[in-house]
Ligand binder design. Sequence first.
Ligand SMILES: [Zn+2]
Length: 255
Amino acid sequence: MPEGLEAELYAGAAAQLVGHQIISIDVDDRCADSMQLATLIGRDIIGVKRHGKRVALVIDGAQLELYFAMTGRLIVNGVAPIPALEYGPSTERKEWDRLVMTTSKGSLRVNDPRRWARFTLDPDWSMLGIDLMADACDLQKALGEHRHRTVSVKALLLDQRVIAGLGNMLADEILFGSDIDPRRQFSSLTDDEFERLSQQISLTVSELGARGGSHKGALHPGLRTARAQCPLDGAPLQRVTLAGRTAIFCSQHQR
Ligand SMILES: [Zn+2]
């Protein structure tokens, strides 16, 4: 699944269609209610919204969420803003198109081999926490409201109701950069550690955003599969399952 940084790239690409009228929508019935989506034909795309990992087209009087799941890709005017997902296919087939929207000046497609992509009219985002690209002070304040929580630090970072948009790779990278063991209870962090962690979120998000994605960090995907060593100190990297995801961390400098 795209993390917040990838969703931002998608939102930026979809913005090319703002100001254009929807001419046709062809959708896989297993991914959306095609009758409902047909009501959008003839209306104008007036904006694009992103919050966390979620992206929606703002259409005169409605919003259409584009959910990409694990392997869905967005293609706008024939160009994929993210050429190949880390765990997805690098090629596409026409029969994998789950949504094809043509407008007065271009087109948008979502291509997904596994058919997990979903397109929802007027989605409810009210449960989402603060966006990962929010101001660093606001992020720290939002995180501070959870200081009593006894879940692992990694689970707290992945909780979309706390901070929306952090996925597995960004969360591992943030903990790597703040020298914190992902298994620690969130409530056990000292004031210094809490400060370091909350500042690292904005740092990691802006650094990896500038480099082009969640997979461009110190713990890049090459280190996630092999028996790898910490790029900082050479200690063995460890992996454990936390909140249902594989966490990778340094056995030496993350405490
Ligand atoms: Zn290390």
